[in-house]
Structures are given as structure tokens and as C-alpha cells.
Write a protein that binds this ligand. Sequence first.
Ligand code: CTP
Length: 136
Amino acid sequence: MLIEKSNLTRVLTYGTFDLFHYGHLQILKRAAYLGDELIVGVSTDQFNTIKGKECYYNFKHRAEIVNAIQWVDTVIPEQSWDQKEKDIQDFNVDILVMGDDWKGHFDDLNDYCKIIYLPRTEGISTHSIKQDLSQL
Ligand code: CTP
């Protein structure tokens, strides 16, 4: 899917978004407020395997949950580490938003769009939720 150039500011971000939680909500809200349209790349199950992540919810369900968030306009599959450059160009993206745990990692994409690293919400992650629940 290609998106035409327009005066709208398009924001793109990526993530696994398993066991959707408050930190996920905050980054999507803050990313959306940086522009007019928010595109979210949700990691596929195959890509999570490559990343060494095992999800509770499958891709279809994670993508549907993210798509239902009021600030999200479009969900695309994230299938590899190196698709960002193509996505930025295909979707005419103005701003790439990543969590600050990735600070500096994607600076080479500055040639294509602005990169903004947003601070993570403290004290919550999918991993910590899984750990906490396993101790109940
Ligand atoms: N994120 C955030 N604050 C948190 C957790 C996640 O801002 N407390 C952001 C990440 O920086 C990323 C997006 O949410 O941009 C999706 O992150 P993801 O890796 O799916 O969530 P985590 O909860 O970090 O998952 P895990 O514990 O499995 O690493």
C-alpha cells in the first residue's frame, strides 16, 4: 500500500504490543500528538521469533487491539529489522518515533525523516506483567 504525499504530518512507530498496557497507550498517544496521522508497525509472530520474543497474543489479535486505539490510523505488519527505510518512503512518513531504549539506533534514517525517541513509561513492560502474574 502506497500513500500519496500530502500536507499532513505522518508519524510511524513500531512495536510488539503484547498484553497491551498503559505504557503502550502512552507512546501511541504521544506519537499521535506529534502529527496528523499515526501508522503503527506491529511485529508479526515470525519476526518476534527472530527477536527471541514469545507473545501471549498472536499477531492478528495484537494488530486488531492496536488498530482499535483511537489515535491509530493504520496498522502495518513489521516483518524485519530493515523494512523501516522502505516504509518511511512508501508511506511518506515525516517522523519516526521509537522508545528511548532504542536511542541512537536509527539515526541513519535521518536522511529520510525526523527521528524522535520518546521516553518509556516507567515501571511497566509486557515482560514485567508476565513476571508479576506468574508469581500470583
Ligand atoms: N513502551 C513504552 N513504555 C513502556 C513499555 C513500552 O513507551 N513502559 C513502548 C516501547 O518503547 C515501544 C512500544 O511501547 O515503542 C512497544 O513496545 P513493546 O516492546 O511491544 O513493549 P514492552 O512492554 O517493552 O515489551 P517487552 O517487555 O516484551 O520488551
